[in-house]
Design a protein around this ligand. Structure first.
Ligand SMILES: [Zn+2]
Length: 123
């Protein structure tokens, strides 16, 4: 499951891609309407991804804590230096966190169904 979240795979079949490739900076979270493998909707309901913002807050909070703590403790940075590093990392990881939190959110909402492929094959 974690590798499926990490690789932005469809939560149901874990084979289809959750985001349209290749990565486009102008549309960082552009998704196909449905999973190309199992037909799972990537937008189960309007406003579905508002919940993903909470995941993103939690992720960002932990990353910030680790970066600032790590810089000050291990690298002996001042508070200002540590926050400068944090801002740079936050900018660089913005799209990554955004995509990852949406991926986590849909994996919570949609259950894995490994028999789904077989059902489609029979039809
Ligand atoms: Zn799928």
């Amino acid at each position: 499951m974690f590798s499926s979240i990490w690789n932005y795979k469809c939560p149901r079949c874990r084979k289809g891609d959750l985001y349209i490739k290749p990565f486009n900076v102008k549309e960082p979270v552009k998704m196909p309407e449905r999973c190309e493998v199992c037909g799972q909707k990537t937008m189960p309901e309007p406003g579905f991804y508002y919940g993903a913002m909470f995941i993103s807050y939690i992720l960002t909070g932990w990353i910030a804590l680790i970066i600032v703590g790590g810089c000050m403790y291990f690298l002996d940075f001042s508070v200002n230096q540590a926050f400068l590093v944090l801002i740079v990392v936050a900018i660089l990881s913005y799209f990554f966190v955004l995509r990852l939190s949406r991926s986590v959110w849909i994996h919570i909402a949609v259950k894995y169904d490994k028999d789904r492929d077989k059902e489609l094959d029979k039809k």
